[in-house]
Design a protein around this ligand. Structure first.
Ligand code: SAH
Length: 354
């Protein structure tokens, strides 16, 4: 039994079953035993690998897209360059390297990282040594300035609530105990939130719907700044338009595992409901676009060919594999999507032209 499993079990014995959201929050952010609070490695040597850790090309193209939006907005200074949930800081390092030669961009931006884990903040500081970086934990701390923002696999880490339909009511899914082992259950009394009642039209008996309130709040906050001050947010994640079904997933050592096993030692995520994000933002939003399509539109193949010229042997093989992994429909190309938030008065950002 992991130390966190002991803590969660005791909590359930005292207070009764907890919501899936409370369980997920404890697994990821318990102050001493949470996955992100204690985890100092993810990436190649850790439990899962993300797009920026696969290849520098991902961050380079994100950087150029954000800088293009800054140029299109009239090169506002000061502007905020924000990353939500920066992990090891690799994506921000690639963004900054790729945009170094864009006249005036680095001088105009305040580099801001929103990170909840003190340990990951230390790693980001090491990755970004030499840059002047501001860390925040809450978006109310954002400057009142045009906002150029990226989030990669951030929204999937925010705790979700799950509800199961029974007739015309919804019961919240919980985590309880059965013979001292963690198990899923359902709350006895219904929780008929307005968002759930609206889903009676497109669901059937027994269906599960997921709601991520924190994602809604964050999208509203960044969308407000972008709409009022200008800017762009690029949100990359796995998921689709409108959540249906149970999508909670745990990964340990690059393999799926039971989300109720080894709490605190596996990464727990859920698919992102891009429709909920679009409804939450007061700004304009783009179509939800497959990551592979967006990267191709930004010219990843030309960039891959340029980088390939300097490589041979294993390094070249890895590079070709990385290109495929980021873009191919059988890999991350279709499963992962990107959606942009931009001012209602601005044209569509690069890669999202209608
Ligand atoms: N973007 C990185 C890491 C993704 S993992 C990459 O692509 O490699 C999720 C990241 O979000 C971690 O850095 C985690 O600590 C952070 N995070 C999760 N929930 C958060 C919250 N509520 N506030 C700030 N950071 C959060």
């Amino acid at each position: 039994m992991t130390p966190l499993e002991q803590i969660i079990s005791n909590d359930i014995r005292t207070n009764g079953p907890m919501t899936v959201s409370q369980y997920m929050a404890m697994c990821l952010f318990h102050p001493n035993h949470g996955y992100y609070t204690q985890s100092t490695v993810f990436g190649r040597g850790g439990d899962f690998i993300t797009a920026p850790e696969i290849s520098q090309m991902f961050g380079e193209l994100v950087g150029l897209a954000l800088a293009q939006a800054w140029i299109d907005a009239g090169q506002p200074s000061p502007s905020t360059l924000l990353e939500l949930g920066p992990g090891r800081g690799t994506l921000m390092a690639d963004i900054l390297r790729a945009t170094k030669r864009i006249p005036g961009f680095h001088a105009a931006i305040t580099i801001t990282l929103c990170e909840a884990s003190p340990k990951l903040r230390d790693i980001q500081q090491q990755t970004l040594v030499g840059y002047d970086v501001t860390w925040i934990t809450d978006l109310t701390q954002l400057d009142d300035a045009p906002l150029f923002c990226v989030a990669n696999e951030f929204f999937d880490a925010l705790p979700i609530r799950q509800f199961q339909r029974d007739g015309s009511h919804w019961h919240e899914r919980t985590v309880g105990l059965q013979q001292d082992a963690l198990c899923f259950g359902l709350s006895k009394s219904p929780t008929d939130l307005p968002q759930l009642m609206a889903r009676l039209n497109d669901t059937s008996q027994g269906d599960i719907v997921e709601i991520c309130q924190q994602a809604v709040t964050i999208c509203d906050q960044i969308g407000q700044v972008i709409n009022a001050q200008g800017g762009l947010a690029l949100i990359f994640d796995y998921g689709d338009w409108r959540s249906l079904g149970e999508t909670l997933q745990a990964v340990q050592n690059h393999a799926y595992c039971d989300p109720l096993q080894t709490p605190g030692q596996a990464d727990i995520t859920a698919q992102v409901d891009f429709e909920a994000l679009a409804q939450a933002t007061p700004s304009a939003y783009s179509r939800v676009t497959p990551q592979g399509v967006w990267l191709e539109r930004l010219g990843i193949t030309a960039r891959a060919q340029t980088l390939a010229r300097g490589l041979s042997g294993d390094a070249l093989d890895h590079h070709i594999q990385a290109h495929r992994r980021l873009t191919h429909p059988d890999e991350m190309g279709t499963l992962f999507k990107v959606m942009a938030l931009f001012p209602k008065t601005a044209k569509h950002p690069v890669g999202f032209e209608p």
